[in-house]
Design a protein around this ligand. Structure first.
Ligand code: ASP
Ligand code: MG
Length: 415
């Protein structure tokens, strides 16, 4: 198996590489295509963009809970489904949405064509279930767009360099949409979802959370990788490296959502006034597995974990002990890798993570102090604390996650 370190989206063939002004990529998530009526509404929205003169590409997710149901079905047949066959199975969900949307568009009197990831020229590495896009060969899409056809691309999938159907991991339709927007030279990428945009905290936890107007790529990357579910982390990496502006908005309302773009001193970011906001948001993850490993050489340990596609997050090393965290989904792969290395290790599942993210943190001291004071006053003990220039992440007991989010949101006056 060959894994690619990071997502690259090289330009398409030389003759079609010029940016095509007026190309728009619109991505619709699972709830936005959840039933036949909603699919017809999506079709109408794509047609409206076409009638405004845009070259229109729609990237669709599977309808509602289809992906979960297909995964369930696989587990009912086989406790450890063969990875290649699992990708053959789950990639079907997005094909269903696209074919149905194309039918609905035809009924509205427009040309439309649905394409699988493979037909759309999305080439990936060979890691089933977590493939990374290595290239987009968009000639077929360009040809259809040139004829005025609305192109529907099945999200979350591609074809590997060894000609197998692959999927990109949960939430992967976002990555499909952004990679296509980059490869097609689209003006920007619209992400239609079931919320109005990106918020200063999860409104289910903090009722007075505020919708953000603009968020920088760096902030969004930190937010997504720290638990904000609105966008897949990898899609933001692609957006940042190709400077594709994203507009996250509700598919059920007309209003503007949140723009995700390059940090720009000439535009005022959240709360701006004269200065950028210190903190844009508090994000959380209810669970993250935390591992403790003894007597392993870090290079060998993290090399093996990377080889197994385990997405390691926080790492703390003191003397011979290494503590690191990784998503709950990666637990089976991590456990197998650690056993194979023959190191002594343990893990705990009772911690979650609460992260403060904000570009303004870079130039303001005191954020860490206030974070610790706030948690202490709320009687919450952080087991691990890690930072980046624009993030402070605290692992706290899962049962204290909500309380920590509320306290920090309040303390930093984000409502
Ligand atoms: N349907 C896939 C999932 O549920 C991909 C996506 O919706 O982005 O993860
Ligand atoms: Mg999603």
């Amino acid at each position: 198996m060959s894994a690619t370190e990071y997502e690259v989206v090289p330009a398409v063939d030389a003759d079609v590489v010029a940016p095509h002004v007026g190309t728009l990529v619109l991505k619709f998530g699972g709830t936005s295509v959840g039933d036949p009526d909603k699919l017809r509404r999506v079709a109408a929205r794509l047609v409206a963009a076409r009638e405004e003169g845009q070259r229109v590409v729609g990237v669709l997710s599977a309808m509602g809970r289809t992906t979960d149901e297909l995964l369930d079905l696989a587990l009912q047949v086989s406790p450890t489904p063969h990875p290649r066959e699992l990708d053959m199975l789950v990639s079907v969900g997005e094909r269903i949405s696209c074919a149905l949307a194309a039918m609905a568009i035809h009924d509205l009197g427009h040309e439309a064509i649905s394409l699988t990831g493979s037909q759309a020229g999305i080439v990936t590495d060979t890691v089933h279930g977590k493939a990374k896009i290595v290239e987009v060969r968009a000639r077929r899409i360009h040809e259809a767009l040139d004829e005025g056809t609305i192109v529907l691309v099945a999200g979350f999938q591609g074809v590997s360099t060894s000609f197998e159907v692959t999927t990109l991991g949960r939430g992967g339709s976002d990555t499909t949409a952004v990679a296509l927007a980059a490869a097609l030279g689209a003006d920007h990428c619209e992400i239609y979802t079931d919320v109005r945009g990106v918020y200063s905290a999860d409104p289910r936890v903090v009722p007075n959370a505020r919708q953000l107007t603009r968020v920088s790529f760096d902030e969004m990357l930190e937010m997504a990788s720290s638990g904000a579910g609105v966008l897949a982390t990898r899609s933001i990496e692609v957006a940042r490296s190709h400077n594709v502006k994203l507009h996250v908005r509700s598919s059920f309302e007309e209003r503007d959502g949140t723009w995700i773009q390059e940090e720009d001193d000439t535009v005022s970011f959240e709360n701006a006034g004269l200065e950028k906001a210190l903190i844009s948001g508090v994000v959380h993850q209810r669970e993250e597995t935390v591992y403790r490993v003894d007597g392993a050489k870090p290079a060998r340990l993290f090399g093996a974990l990377a080889e197994a596609s385990v997405n390691v997050d926080t790492i703390v090393q003191t003397s011979s002990e290494i503590v690191f965290s990784a998503p709950v989904e990666d637990k089976a792969d991590a456990a197998r890798t650690l056993d194979e290395l023959g190191v002594s290790w343990s893990s705990r599942d009772d911690l979650g993570k609460v992260s403060l993210v904000g570009a303004g943190m870079k130039s303001h001291p005191g954020v860490a102090a206030k974070t610790f004071a706030t948690l202490e006053a709320a009687g919450i003990e952080a087991a691990i604390v890690s930072t980046s220039p624009i993030k402070i992440a605290c692992h706290v007991p899962s049962s204290d996650v909500d309380k920590a989010v509320q306290a920090l949101h309040e303390a930093f006056d984000l409502g």
